[in-house]
Design a binder for this molecule. Sequence first.
Ligand code: TXA
Ligand code: MG
Length: 352
Amino acid sequence: MRTDQAVIDRAVALLQAGELVVFPTETVYGVGADAANPAAVGRIFTAKGRPADHPLIVHLPGDGGLDRWARDIPTRAWELAEAFWPGPLTLILKRAPAVPAIVTGGQDTVGVRVPAHPLALALLRAYAEAGGGVDGLCGIAAPSANRFGRISPTEAAHVRAELGDAVQLILDGGRCPVGIESTIVDLTRGDNQAPRLLRPGRVTPEQIAAVIGVLPEIVTRPADDGTPRVSGSLAAHYAPTTPLRFVMQPDLAGLIDELRQTGRRCALLHHSQLPNASALHAGLRLPADPQGYARALYAALRELDQMAADIILVEEIPAAPAWAAIADRLHRAACGAGLATNDRASTTQVRP
Ligand code: TXA
Ligand code: MG
């Protein structure tokens, strides 16, 4: 999809004026503001309805400006940046003093990444060339461009449905090629202890180990102090409004029949061939490989959520490591599905 220079120029002008700009990344769409401008970053929280203590990722045009944002950067961070940037990997590092507290949710760490999408890179580079930011501190803070707790957008139309008039400009880059959010690795413990994997994504722990020689420790729960260090680590997140339930493939046909007999409209997300599709209210079949599945997942959940079904059934996905990031998103979606936003974080029960 072509975006001409005039649109990039307009986006740069809006960022300089402290306004919000939505841009595509290779993972999901982000809603961005000048990360050095606290008032502008504040608008992101308002637009998303996001709690103020949830830190944002700062997007950079390259690793050149990294030491403006972070201090005591361990060797491993440079190695990972070299190997995976631009790309779907976020590094958590110690925050440099100049970074506004609103960006980091008041924490002394900062999340940074260089996205691989050509439009995101064009915007980031143009913003740097235009002298964006403050005293050389130039980056775009951007969370996923959805309302808090909802499904991340992977197409421009999703962003319009989520944020509507709350954003000034949406750069349309078509469907995001990765489809789920970046892998997040916490390197703040330095080079002598294993890094921590805070959110699984396309970049796997094995790929990280191949670069730095050590497997990241997998963190499954939010930090002990109760600070929501990774909002995607709340039990309930990425959620549709229709209740969602996993079903093993052999049980699908029977359950669908059973639900139909009780008059319930059943939508199905599946990846293998289905025997009785006619009993379904709606069904979407995703590719059976993890990368194809991830790319299509959020758009499919959104579509099924709009079908006025009583329940979304999800065919259980393979337990293999290559599916780990997808399993993570689907399980959080199941925890939050069918609940009002305020009820989510405390609820884990899902019933048909
Ligand atoms: O793929 C992505 O990472 C997308 C695109 C737009 O870049 N962004 C994204 O942002 O998913 P968001 O805000 O929806 O999720 C970022 C996660 C949040 O859960 C946040 O808590 C965590 O990153 N995070 C950011 N800074 C952090 C920090 N200093 N320490 C721990 N977690 C942090
Ligand atoms: Mg998000």
